[in-house]
Design a protein. Structure first.
Lengths: 293, 259
């Protein structure tokens, strides 16, 4: 059986090489954990905020690196602390001053990003900086995979339990604030999930591209379906399919894996723009179509 | 200035020297009095009269600058409040059924399922507002009138003793207004208290037993026939336009010194 699978170009890299299997497992964890968070980022019109937050975790990871070198726990804890601090500070300033949420987040993430780059360049080499910025999906070891799996499991459970809360917070936040005391929990709980998944994504894809596996599949899936549950499922499936294709491309054409995955997801998004029933082209082609009601 | 004279039931809301505003600038001054349980009250007045501000304060979303509002036995979450500018994201991928079902939040919260009985109630509410057959349509594909009907269905499921409607017929056609006004009458018949901010004075005269004319302070309260007289409306316009004068500021200074 394994001889047959290894003869197929689609499967052979994963049969032959453990690092490819690990990369695929890491991408599966991100597709199940991070992509649904990306769907909600998109629905809350916070896609760019997600990008900003991905940069905000950098100084924490850098301080972890400064203390313990390329250590998984140190960089993870540092990233979580920095990400949560920026989320709380930005949210607090936005709620209590005239500064709006986008500006508030931009100010703190810029401070955070520049502090991170400064710390890394004081101590490390450009190779270390590249590792932090672009990750290393082909070098995921057991502890890193466990971490990705644990964060993905936590996200799935939290989203399953609080799905209605997250949906209403994204759809009609004032109504939620009026009828439930859980409104702050929905906001800050979501930010915690976002930071967790960005830290997980940063180990695999780096801080610059971690948000790619969140937003691109979400945006692509949105062009095909118009209900939340199928959107979450389709986005996760798209993320995994795109990651698989990206890893195979990187293996067969000898490309760096992270960018290959994100570019593949980008290609799926462009294809969805062209073919998706909710895309601009389809609505033009089908302008004569209509439902009875 | 007194809001006394409620026709039935005991006081559901009691205002005591209520002054409301934003950033310490008052928008409504020194309201006193009560709104009786079971009232159907139209709040009318020119633009900037403080009508929406009053509703926001009743809903508990705006703290008084001075004075107080007593809501007897009413938790904030027992108030159904349909605002003028909903925070609703109409592009959100949710269908009419699921959107309307959110009105059952007080029963099901964040974690419980709908079940067969509640699904039936959701369908009944959708039918009642005339959206039968559109249950599975995304809210983004609804017209302005249809969306307003869906919002009314959600309010209906909230089953609240106090319903606040802020310009609920803003941009909808006459047929929708007629249908939704029937629903408002039904809520009143069921014993709910309904307070609606409205601009259409003919509609108020036709549908509401009681009106309150506001122009940054109380101008008149009573039956629409009495309240919406030419003299009162003229007075309300003058007060709303002349709100920046020194007389009002002097009154507030005196209040502060007295306090």
């Amino acid at each position: 059986m394994s001889d047959f699978l290894s003869s197929l170009p689609l499967f052979s890299p994963f049969v032959e090489f453990a690092f490819m299997r690990r990369a695929l497992a890491g991408c599966l964890a991100l597709s199940l954990g991070a992509t649904p968070i990306g769907v909600f980022l998109m629905l809350r019109r916070m896609s760019l905020a997600g990008d900003a937050m991905s940069h905000a975790i950098l100084p924490g990871a850098a301080i972890g690196y400064l203390i313990a070198g390329l250590s998984l726990p140190a960089m993870t804890i540092g990233g979580l602390v920095a990400g949560l601090a920026v989320a709380l500070l930005a949210g607090g300033v936005a709620r209590n001053t005239v500064i709006k949420e986008d500006t508030s987040l931009a100010t703190f993430y810029l401070l955070s990003l520049s502090a991170g780059v400064l710390i890394i360049s004081l101590r490390g080499s450009s190779v270390d900086l590249l590792h932090v910025l672009f990750g290393s999906v082909l070098a995921l070891d057991d502890p890193a995979l466990l971490l990705l799996g644990a964060f993905a499991s936590l996200s799935i459970v939290a989203l399953a339990v609080g799905l209605r809360l997250f949906v209403l917070e994204a759809c009609d936040p004032s109504f939620l604030a009026r009828i439930s005391r859980l409104s702050p929990l929905a906001h800050y709980g979501f930010m915690v999930l976002l930071v967790l998944n960005l830290v997980a994504g940063f180990h695999a894809l780096g801080t610059l591209m971690a948000v790619g596996i969140m937003i691109l599949p979400a945006a692509a899936a949105r062009l095909w379906v118009c209900n939340v549950a199928p959107l979450l499922l389709l986005a996760s499936a798209t993320a995994f399919a795109g990651s698989l294709a990206g890893l195979l491309l990187s293996y067969h054409i000898n490309l760096p894996a992270g960018p290959a995955i994100v570019l593949t997801l980008g290609a799926i998004y462009l294809l969805s723009l062209a073919l998706g029933p909710l895309g601009p082209l389809a609505s033009r082609w089908r302008s004569g179509w209509h439902f009875e009601r | 200035m007194n809001l006394l004279g409620h026709p039935q039931g005991e006081a559901l809301l009691r205002f005591d020297n209520l002054t409301l505003g934003y950033n310490r600038h008052p928008a409504v001054h020194h309201l006193h009095g009560e709104i009786a349980s079971g009232s159907l009250l139209a709040v009318v007045g020119p633009n900037g009269a403080g009508k929406s501000t009053l509703l926001k304060a009743i809903a508990g979303e705006l703290r008084p600058l001075q004075g107080s509002i007593e809501r007897s036995h009413l938790d904030r979450r027992q108030i159904a409040y349909l605002t003028q500018q909903a925070s609703l994201d109409q592009s959100f991928p949710i269908v009419v059924h699921d959107f309307v079902a959110m009105g059952l939040w007080r029963e099901i919260g964040a974690f419980f399922g709908l079940g067969r009985d509640r699904r039936r109630r959701v369908h009944a509410a959708i039918d009642r507002v005339g959206l039968h057959g559109l249950e599975n349509r995304p809210i983004g594909s609804l017209s302005g009138g249809q969306l307003q009907r869906a919002l009314f269905a959600r309010v209906m499921l909230q089953d609240a003793p106090l319903v606040l409607l802020d310009e609920p017929y803003g941009a909808i056609d006459a047929a929708s207004v007629r249908d939704l006004a029937t629903l408002v009458r039904q809520w009143h018949d069921e014993g709910r208290t309904v307070i609606a901010v409205l601009h259409d004075l003919a509609h108020v005269r036709e549908e509401y037993p009681e009106a309150l004319l506001l122009a940054r302070e109380l101008v008149a309260r009573g039956t629409p026939a009495d309240v919406l007289s030419d003299a009162n409306l003229q007075r309300a316009r003058q007060r709303a336009e002349g709100h920046g004068d020194d007389t009002q500021a002097a009154v507030c200074r005196v209040d502060r010194e007295a306090a």
